[in-house]
Design a binder for this molecule. Sequence first.
Ligand code: GDP
Length: 408
Amino acid sequence: MARPLLKVAMVGHVDHGKSTLIGRLLLETHSLPDGKAKEIENISKGLGKEAELAYLTDQFREERENNMTIDTTQVFFKTRKAHYAVIDSPGHVEFIKNMLTGAAQADAAILVVDAQEGLKEQSRRHAFLVDLLGVKKLIVVFNKMDLVNYKETSFVEKKSVLLRFLKGLNGRPLNIIPVSAKENVNISKRSTRTRWYRGPSLLEALDALAPAAESSNAPLRFPVQDVYEIDGQKILVGQILSGKIAAGQKVTLLPSMRSAVIRSMKIFGRSPGKAFAGESIGLILREPVSVSRGEVLVEKKCAPVPTTHFTGNVFWISALPLRVDAAVTLRCATQELRGRIIGIRNRMDSSALEILEKRARRLHANETGAVSFVTEKPLVVERSCPLNGLGRFVIEQDFQMQGAGIIS
Ligand code: GDP
């Protein structure tokens, strides 16, 4: 059987060791491009052992700086059990944007916490976001254990602060692992430096995560991204968010509720009989119905109900506060609609997880709250499905993303 691909978001406060840990995972799994491992080895011979990962880390940074157009870096490695894509964002704001817009659809997350410093503001916010987005598989690593001499007491003390904080969230970490990315402790195998620790190494913990839920078994969701006309034939293009589509299948178009039958499909010049979640395809309908961007193809028996009123847990990033009554543009999958804020049920600090105000008029940067919207036209959204593109939305004002939310 093919090895599953697991997308893992690397999150945590700046300088707690995310890049170093990525470098270490690449080295330990022999996933560096040809020549790079040798290059690092040669450099470390000259400079001493310390240099190897710092050098690798610098290389990552340099590559990013040369590549400012992309917000997310994906780094790949594999073990005997699975392929991994590590999603790493260059900064805090980029990370939040990537997580909220779904650019980074992570199956799992590794929260990196400095063992000496413990949880910091960004560690808390990231943990909150990972939880808000429904990423159930969370592994916490306390990194830089070398700086606390691998002492169990330091680990236990920081771990209890972490667990107290996580009580305010829904999820629980699957593992809490003491590591040193720098000294290669508890990365691929358990080290004798932490004899008191009984759990798995980081790679063992990752390999134990079950493959991501088979999204092809979920109900069909196909948001239309564009409609092309080629030789008089209309082709609906987009990516299947979940489920599968087959030629001859009857589908319902939302929000209009019209039905249609799939005549054929196209993927890169081929005309397959079936297509699955994750695939980008072109669809040709049997009926000459007019379809436009933003419509969503579903199966009638498990279709979400389009709505003009909904509430979402919003995370606000803009320096300009979100206000009740403000007009906003909402994007959800390929849908784009005008809407208005009709209420903010509560306002919470995403780092302290404390309610600051009930029935608020404004939501400030880095705050989160239950916000109610009304839209000009019905929107196809889905509750409790944050990992599916219809469960999350982006809020724009003046053509800029100002915040995002999860349908609640
Ligand atoms: P990021 O901002 O989270 O990506 O952090 P970096 O990976 O850039 O690391 C920040 C600093 O911490 C660098 O100077 C690293 O060399 C150092 N560092 C990372 N991991 C360890 C570790 O396990 N032990 C020690 N002592 N330093 C580490």
